[in-house]
Design a protein around this ligand. Structure first.
Ligand code: FES
Ligand code: FES
Length: 189
């Protein structure tokens, strides 16, 4: 079993500790926004934020994620209001959308440490493969999201999602929510 915090919820995965985090998120936690592309570290479709860094969930086991803070696309915002999400829609940087969650997570992690990245910095931070080829729009979207983050621009809201966060993240037997006091890293009373 492995304990960690996923989207601000302390959880325990009753699974083989060598299970890739990607499978725990998708199959146990039902957080299917994190995509399975290649399974071997090439496509970056499975990118999530782990303790502030963009990491590929197919390359980390749940044992390695023990005690860490994981954010998936479902936890970035519950109403698509994150600047990167808004800018991706506004710049039409989404075609089929399969690569989009991984790209959004990588861009969000980049903007957290550098809200005004150059084109070269964006390309270096987002090696994600997009089979639809949205790359030029993607650079514009990340730069626009940076301007929103720096409050030099606003974007009108994208449409509300068609599914609630609770439905998307409903519990299944392999994952149990833990009481907050039992969360990894919490101080005993
Ligand atoms: S599924 Fe993880 S890098 Fe492709
Ligand atoms: S939008 Fe289709 S793979 Fe990127």
């Amino acid at each position: 079993m492995s304990r960690m915090t996923v989207n601000d919820r302390p959880v325990q995965f009753d699974m083989d500790p060598e299970t890739p985090l990607l499978w725990a998120l998708r199959d146990a936690a039902n957080l299917t926004g994190t995509k399975y592309g290649c399974g071997n570290g090439d496509c970056h479709a499975c990118t999530v934020i782990v303790d502030g860094a963009a990491l590929r969930a197919c390359l980390i086991t749940i044992a390695e994620a023990e005690g860490r803070f994981i954010t998936t696309i479902e936890g970035l915002s519950n109403d698509r209001s994150h600047a990167v999400q808004q800018a991706m829609v506004a710049e039409q940087a989404i075609q089929c959308g399969f690569c989009t969650p991984g790209i959004v997570m990588a861009a969000a992690a980049l903007l957290q440490r550098n809200s005004a990245p150059s084109e070269a910095e964006i390309k270096a931070a987002l090696p994600n493969i997009c089979r639809c080829g949205v790359y030029p729009r993607l650079v514009r979207a990340v730069q626009r999201a940076g301007r929103v983050a720096r409050r030099s621009e606003t974007i009108s809201a994208a449409p509300a999602p068609g599914i609630s966060a609770e439905d998307a993240a409903r519990a299944v037997p392999a994952m149990r929510p833990l009481p907050r006091d039992d969360a990894p890293g919490s101080e005993p009373d």
